[in-house]
Design a protein around this ligand. Structure first.
Ligand code: NAD
Length: 509
C-alpha cells in the first residue's frame, strides 16, 4: 500500500525528553499488513532501556513539577495535549490505518476520541472532591489524594493510539509520570505522542516510551522495583503472566483483557436493529475488538430467518485495502495473527455450519485479508464458541428459553461485554443482571459514556476503570486523622486504665 506522507524510516524510544535508540542498538522490523513487507524499523528495548526510562520518570516524579501542580494547572496541559491530538487527526488516521490495517473510515474517529480522553480527565480533576469525615469536637478525618508514582502502561495493537490515550489521560491527570510500552506490531502512531507531548510543553521525564517485545521490554517494566503500578490491556494469557510478575514488587494492577461477548437476540426484538448491530459489532475494526459480539445467541422462532439474513449481509461486507474509504474490513494486523484467525476458521469448519466467508477473498491474493465469516449451529463446547478469535468470525447458536440464553451467555471463561436485544423491558433488565459481564448494552450497540465503569469480570479483567474509577487507580488516598480536642490516650506505664481512656474518638474508630 502507498505509504502515508512524512513517515520516518525508523522509530526510537523517548526517554527523559530525548529520542534515543536502544542501548543494545537492537531493532525490529515493522510490517505493512497489506503486503507483510517490512516498511520501517523500530528500536527494540530491553531491561537497559526500561531502566533508563524508569529512572527518568522517577526523577520527574520525585523532583519535577508534574505531581506537585494544582489540578487546574495540570488540566491546562491536558487540554493542550487534546488540542495537539485533534490537530493531527488526519495524519493519525492515515498512520493508524497503514500500520494496523484498520479501514481508514474506522481509523478516522480515533483522534477525536483520544483527545476527548484528555479533556474528560482534565475536567474531572478540576471538579474532584475528596471525602472528609467529622466527629464533632473530637476529630476530623480527610483524604489526602496523591499520585501513585511511576506508572507502567502496556498496550495492545488494536486501535493502539486510542488505547494508549485511555491510560495516558487518567495517569497524567492524576499526577503520575509514565513509561509507555506500546504493542510491537503497531509502534507507528505511538511516535506521534512525542510531538504531542513536546508541543503541549509536558515537562521532561513525565512521559517516556520504550518500544520492544512484550517478553523483554514489557517484562522489564512489570518487574521494575521503581514502577508503582501496571495498567495492562491485552490477552488474558499475558495478563496471567503479568499478574504473577507484579507480585514480588506488590504493584497495583489494572487489567483489561480479552472477551467472547454474547449478543442475545430474543424473538420480540427489533429484528433489523439487532441485525445491523450484531454485524457491526463483530466485523467493525476487522473484528479485532475486545468487546466484539462474537457469539450471537438467537431465540429459536427467529433463528433460521436471522441466520439467513445475517449470512446474506456478511457476504456483502466489503473487504479491501485499508486506505479505501469504501472498505468495511481491511487487513488483519500481522501475518501471525492472520494465521491464528485462519486456523480458527478451519477448526470452525469441523465444528459447525459455515454460512458465509471462510477464506481469503479472491481479489486480494496478498496481505492479511479474510472474508467476514459466519458459523451457525455452533455448540457450547465448540472451540469457536469458547475461545477469543479476535478477527471477523462469528458464532451463531440457537436457544429456546431465557434460562438457556443466560446459561449459554455465561458458559465461557470471559466476561467483558454483552448485548441484549428484546422489546420486553423487564426481561431486558432481568437478563442483563444475570449475565456475567462487566458491561451490558440493551438494544444498543457499543457506545460508551466516559463516566461509566469500563472493565470485565472473570478472565476479562481485574478492576474497573472509567470516570473517577480511573483516577482512583492512579492515586493513593491517604487518610489524615486530626484530633480537634483533648487527646485521650490510655496512659500505659502511668496510672493504668481509666474508663474513658478506651474510647479513641468515636464510632468505628
Ligand atoms: P498481548 O497480550 O499479546 O499484548 C499486549 C501488550 O502486552 C503488548 O504491548 C505486548 O508487547 C505486551 N506483553 C506481552 N507479553 C508480555 C509480558 N510477558 N510482560 C509484559 N508485557 C507483555 O495482546 P494483543 O494481542 O496485543 O492484544 C489483543 C488482546 O487485547 C485481545 O485479547 C483483546 O481482547 C485484548 N484487549 C482488551 C481490551 C479491554 O479493554 N478489555 C481492549 C483492547 C484489547
Amino acid at each position: 500500500m502507498t505509504k502515508p506522507e512524512g513517515l520516518p524510516d525508523h522509530i526510537q524510544h523517548y526517554i527523559g525528553g530525548e529520542l534515543v535508540d536502544s542501548v543494545s542498538g537492537e531493532t525490529f522490523d515493522v510490517l505493512d499488513p497489506t503486503t507483510n513487507e517490512p516498511y520501517i524499523t523500530c528500536a527494540a528495548g530491553d531491561k537497559a532501556d526500561v531502566d533508563k526510562a524508569v529512572a527518568a520518570a522517577r526523577k520527574a516524579f520525585d523532583e519535577g513539577p508534574w505531581p506537585r501542580m494544582l489540578p487546574r494547572e495540570r488540566a491546562t496541559y491536558l487540554y493542550k495535549i487534546a488540542d495537539e491530538v485533534t490537530k493531527m487527526h488526519e495524519r493519525l488516521a492515515a498512520r493508524e490505518s497503514f500500520d494496523s490495517g484498520l479501514p481508514i473510515r474506522q481509523a478516522s474517529g480515533q483522534a477525536k476520541r483520544a483527545a476527548e480522553n484528555f479533556r474528560f480527565f482534565a475536567d474531572l480533576i478540576v471538579a474532584q472532591i475528596d471525602d472528609a469525615f467529622k466527629m464533632p469536637g473530637r476529630q476530623i478525618n480527610y483524604v489526602n489524594r496523591k499520585p501513585k508514582g511511576v506508572a507502567g502502561l502496556i498496550t495492545p495493537w488494536n486501535t493502539p493510539f486510542m488505547q494508549e490515550s485511555w491510560k495516558l489521560g487518567p495517569a497524567l491527570a492524576s499526577g503520575c509520570t509514565v513509561v509507555l510500552k506500546p504493542a510491537e506490531f503497531t509502534p507507528l502512531s505511538a511516535g506521534l505522542w512525542v510531538e504531542v507531548m513536546e508541543n503541549a510543553g509536558i515537562p521532561e521525564g513525565v512521559f517516556n516510551i520504550v518500544h520492544g517485545m512484550g517478553e523483554t521490554a514489557g517484562d522489564a517494566l512489570v518487574k521494575h522495583e521503581d514502577v508503582n503500578l501496571i495498567s495492562f490491556t491485552g490477552e488474558a494469557a499475558t495478563g496471567r503472566v503479568i499478574f504473577g510478575n507484579c507480585a514480588p514488587t506488590m504493584k497495583s494492577m489494572s487489567m483489561e483483557l480479552g472477551g467472547k461477548s454474547p449478543a442475545i437476540v430474543f424473538a420480540d426484538c427489533d429484528f433489523e436493529a439487532a441485525l445491523d448491530s450484531t454485524l457491526f459489532g463483530v466485523f467493525s475494526l476487522n473484528g479485532e475488538r475486545c468487546t466484539a459480539s462474537s457469539r450471537i445467541l438467537v431465540e429459536r422462532p427467529i433463528y433460521d430467518k436471522f441466520v439467513e439474513a445475517y449470512a446474506e449481509r456478511a457476504k456483502k461486507v466489503k473487504v479491501g485495502e485499508p486506505s479505501n474509504p469504501d472498505t468495511e474490513i481491511a487487513a488483519l494486523v500481522h501475518p501471525s495473527h492472520y494465521e491464528k484467525v485462519m486456523d480458527y476458521i478451519e477448526i470452525g469448519k469441523s465444528e459447525a455450519r459455515l454460512v458465509a466467508g471462510g477464506k481469503r477473498p479472491e481479489h486480494l491474493p496478498v496481505g492479511n485479508y479474510v472474508e467476514a465469516t459466519v458459523f451457525a449451529d455452533v455448540a457450547k463446547d465448540a472451540r469457536i464458541f469458547q475461545e477469543e478469535i479476535f478477527g471477523p468470525v462469528v458464532a451463531i447458536t440457537p436457544f429456546d428459553t431465557e434460562e438457556e440464553a443466560i446459561e449459554l451467555a455465561n458458559a465461557v471463561e470471559y466476561g467483558l461485554a454483552a448485548y441484549v436485544w428484546t422489546s420486553n423491558i423487564t426481561r431486558a433488565h432481568r437478563v442483563s443482571h444475570e449475565i456475567e459481564a462487566g458491561m451490558v448494552w440493551i438494544n444498543s450497540h457499543n457506545v460508551r459514556d466516559l463516566r461509566t465503569p469500563f472493565g470485565g469480570v472473570k478472565a476479562s479483567g481485574l478492576g474497573q476503570e472509567g470516570g473517577y474509577r480511573s483516577l482512583e487507580f492512579y492515586s493513593i488516598q491517604q487518610a489524615i486523622h486530626v484530633c480537634l480536642g483533648d487527646v485521650h490516650t490510655t496512659r500505659f506505664g502511668a496510672s493504668g486504665y481509666a474508663d474513658n481512656d478506651l474510647g479513641l474518638g468515636g464510632p468505628g474508630a
